[in-house]
Design a protein around this ligand. Sequence first.
Ligand code: HAM
Length: 421
Amino acid sequence: MSEEGSSFRAPKGTRDILPPESWRLEALYDLARSTFAAAGYAPIETPAFEHTEVFARGVGETSEVVNKQMYTFPDKGGRSLTLRPENTAPVVRAVLEHNLHRGPLPVKLYYAGPQFRQERPQKGRYREFFQIGIEAIGAPGPTIDAEVIELGHRFLRGAGVEPRLKVNSIGHPTDDCRLGYNRALVDYLRANVDDVASGDRGRIETNPLRTFDSKEERTREVMSGAPLITEHLCPDCKAHFERVQELLRAVGVPFDVDPRIVRGLDYYTRTAFELTAGGLGSQDAVGGGGRYDGLAQSLGGEYLPGIGFALGVDRILLAAGDEGPSRRSQVDVYVVAAGEDAAGPAFALACRLRAGGIGAEIDHMARGMKGQMKDADRSGARWAAIIGPDELAAGEVTLKDLKEGLQERVAVDDVEGRTRS
Ligand code: HAM
């Protein structure tokens, strides 16, 4: 930090998103709006914090997110609140609370905003990070599964990321499906417990599926011989998964089936998927999602199937670099005031242009002519509208085309018409 700088820094794991990166962030939000709205998804905002129970019950007590990463605090009334670590449980809570599911189904929503997880910060991993996500609630699929996955894939490509898509089905929790599989997996892990890294042994009883996510070499070796969920799916889940794959193939979305994708949140059923991108190091997941047919019931509601995804905006920005869509400040005209008398009229012209939908900037630093022309270049404006004593007397401006270098005098009243592109 420079000596003149403030002694404050943004808290660990958070960051300021500054121009020009902030323009790229805006462009991503624009792209989200246009992509998802065109498929019938409507925006939703939920609070940045919820009752802790929403996550404890919704996301699940055995998930690391709930166990280790939540920012949980009591408010002054003694209620336990939590900064949202993800937005699927809040969206389902909102749907149930406001009875959106009593209207036409599926309820299709998209969101964009900050999430909070107390993780160890590293490249692409923050404690406050931004997600763009969609949730489709009320349709048992499989067409909606394919729609959601295709939208996520297409959005990322539009954002300048070439994603790799991995899909899996983790079945549903009955004896002839995931529960049966879980038992087979636990039996296998118990039989091989001596080869599992000691830090991973606790998971065998609490959340055996998560053992697939271990970073420990020893555990990974054991997992390479573990039974796979895809071999234990019940006929309905199997047929559902096959249909999702057929639909994706039919629209040309490339994917790999990866039976080791298990996802970190407990609410998933059936379809689970992950999108990764190159150049991100170990945090290469740019998005993930899946079906959560039991979530509404975990939150005390009725059976209400759903599917969605969330994409990590910070990681998209990192992966896309300059390839991503961008939007710069949209200034069309820089109004140059030559001399003090011109300052008021320059301000008036800028206001009039802005009111007419034309981007306009003026100098606020008492720069001379040369300094203002330089600032006009910085602004990205196509035109400089120069007002000096002569122009003032004639009710005109000198309009200079900064791209072509040509200039001419025009009446003040004509500037708007001449500069509208
Ligand atoms: P998730 O896999 O936990 O899923 O997060 C989705 C994405 O958010 C990740 O793939 C990653 O890009 C980004 N992300 C997560 N944690 C961080 C972090 N600490 N720093 C930066 N980026 C991060 C969910 O959150 C589910 N709610 C997705 C979903 C929606 N499933 C169904 N509907």
